[in-house]
Design a protein around this ligand. Structure first.
Ligand SMILES: NC(=O)c1ccc[n+]([C@@H]2O[C@H](COP(=O)([O-])OP(=O)(O)OC[C@H]3O[C@@H](n4cnc5c(N)ncnc54)[C@H](O)[C@@H]3O)[C@@H](O)[C@H]2O)c1
Length: 358
C-alpha cells in the first residue's frame, strides 16, 4: 500500500493527540495482537505508519512557522503528552481566520487578521495531500465550509471532525460525489466518550423493554474547546449533533438536555461527563441511572480519527467519491445516516472487505 498524505486544519488538542499517536503506534503491524487504544491495527491494508503529515494550517501566531511536532505543544494546547510528535518536515502555515476565532477564543489566541495567508487549495495540490482533517472550533460555520471548498478545489478527501453539518448533508455529499472525492463526518464520536456511552445506555433501555422518561448529559472541561463553547451562540450545531446522536436511536421523542455545560480551567483536557437517565420498567415502576465518565478528551477523538483517515484513503484507492456512509456512522456523531453502533461497526468491516461500497 502507499502512504496517506495528511493535511490538518487546526493544530489544537485533537491534532496534538493524533500526531503524537502517529509516533506512538508507528511500529504496529498486521500481526500484532490486540493493541490497547486502537480499533484497527491495520485498516484495509493501511498501517498507522502509512499516515504521513504533509501540511498543517492554523491562525494562532504562536503556532504559525513552527515545525508541526512543536506546534502541537504550543499556544493553549494542554492535552496529555504521551509521545513526541514525529519529525515530519511540516511547518504550520497561516490560513484565513474567517469565523474560526470567536469572542472567547479571541481573549486567549493571538491572531493577525491582516497578515498574508497561504492559498490552502494550492498547498493541498502542491503537497499532493490525500486527506484533509478539519478541526475547526465549534461555531466556525464559514471556516468549516471554506476547508470543504478547498478540498473540492484540490481533489482532496475531506474529513470533518467538528459539528458543522457538511458531509452529513445531501447538498455537500452530492458535490463531493460529483467531484469523485470522498467525504466523512460530521463531528467526531470519541472512542469511549459521552456520546457513545449515552447511545449504548439508551439502546440498553430500549432492548430490555424499559421506557426512557427523560435524560440529561452534562459535560465540563478546561480546554479551549470548552472555553469557546461558553459562547452559547456558537453552540447550536453542537447541541443538535450531540442530541440527535442519542435521540436517533430511540423510537419515540424523549425530553433530552445534552451538551457542553461549563468551563473549569484546572481540568485542562480532562472532560467530565454526567449522564442521568430516568425510566420505567415492568409494572411502570420508575428507576434512575446516574453515570460519571472522566476522560482525557483529545486522545479519545484521535483513536477514531485515525480510522476515518484510513477509510478515506481506501475510498480514494477504490475510486469512491461522496459520503462514506459506514465510517461516518461509526466515527461521527452527525453522519448522513444513523445506525446502532454494533451495526456501524459491522458496516465498517464490510467496507474494509469490499462488500460495501461506501
Ligand atoms: N474528543 C474531542 O476532543 C472532540 C470530540 C468531538 C469533536 N471535537 C471537535 O473538534 C474540534 C477541534 O477540537 P480541539 O479540542 O482540537 O480544539 P482546539 O481549540 O484545541 O483547536 C482548534 C484549533 O483551530 C485553530 N483555528 C481556528 N480558526 C482556524 C482557521 N480558520 N484555520 C485554521 N485553524 C484555525 C485554533 O487556533 C486552534 O489551534 C472542535 O470543534 C471540537 O468540538 C473534539
Amino acid at each position: 500500500m502507499g502512504k496517506i498524505r495528511l493535511a490538518i486544519a487546526g493544530v489544537g488538542n485533537c491534532a496534538s493527540s493524533l500526531i503524537q499517536g502517529l509516533e506512538y503506534y508507528k511500529d504496529v503491524g498486521e500481526n500484532d495482537q490486540l493493541v490497547p487504544g486502537l480499533m484497527h491495527n491495520v485498516f484495509g491494508g493501511y498501517k498507522i505508519s502509512d499516515i504521513e503529515p504533509v501540511a498543517a494550517f492554523d491562525v494562532d501566531n504562536r503556532k504559525i512557522g513552527l515545525p508541526l511536532e512543536e506546534a502541537i505543544f504550543a499556544g493553549e494546547n494542554c492535552t496529555k503528552k504521551f509521545s513526541d510528535g514525529p519529525r515530519t518536515g511540516v511547518t504550520v502555515e497561516r490560513a484565513p481566520v474567517h469565523d474560526g476565532i470567536g469572542k472567547k477564543l479571541g481573549e486567549v489566541i493571538p491572531i493577525d487578521k491582516d497578515a498574508p495567508t497561504v492559498d490552502v487549495a494550492k498547498v493541498l495540490e502542491d503537497t499532493n495531500a490525500d486527506v484533509l482533517v478539519s478541526y475547526m472550533p465549534v461555531g466556525s460555520a464559514e471556516a468549516a465550509r471554506y476547508y470543504a471548498e478547498q478540498c473540492l478545489a484540490s481533489n482532496t478527501a475531506f474529513v470533518n471532525g467538528m459539528p458543522e453539518f457538511i458531509c452529513s448533508t445531501d447538498e455537500w455529499g452530492d458535490r463531493f460525489r460529483d467531484a469523485g472525492i470522498p467525504c466523512a463526518g460530521d463531528d467526531i464520536k470519541s472512542q469511549v466518550g459521552a456520546t457513545i456511552l449515552h447511545r449504548v445506555l439508551s439502546r440498553l433501555f430500549i432492548d430490555r423493554g424499559a421506557e426512557i422518561i427523560e435524560s440529561y448529559q452534562l459535560n465540563i472541561g478546561g480546554n479551549t474547546d470548552f472555553y469557546n463553547m461558553l459562547e452559547e451562540e456558537r453552540l447550536t450545531s453542537k447541541r443538535i449533533s450531540k442530541t440527535e446522536a442519542v435521540q436517533s436511536l430511540v423510537p419515540y421523542k424523549v425530553p433530552l438536555r445534552i451538551g457542553p455545560s461549563d468551563f473549569v480551567p484546572f481540568l485542562k483536557d480532562n472532560k467530565v461527563c454526567y449522564i442521568k437517565m430516568t425510566g420505567k420498567k415492568f409494572g411502570d415502576v420508575p428507576f434512575e441511572l446516574d453515570v460519571k465518565l472522566s476522560v482525557e478528551d483529545s486522545p479519545n477523538s484521535a483513536g477514531v480519527m485515525i480510522d476515518a483517515i484510513r477509510a478515506s484513503k481506501l475510498a480514494i484507492d477504490r475510486g469512491v467519491g461522496g459520503q462514506l456512509i459506514s465510517i461516518s456512522s461509526y466515527s461521527f456523531k452527525h453522519p448522513p445516516q444513523q445506525f446502532p453502533d454494533d451495526v456501524c461497526h459491522q458496516m465498517v468491516e464490510e467496507f474494509i472487505s469490499g462488500e460495501r461500497e461506501r
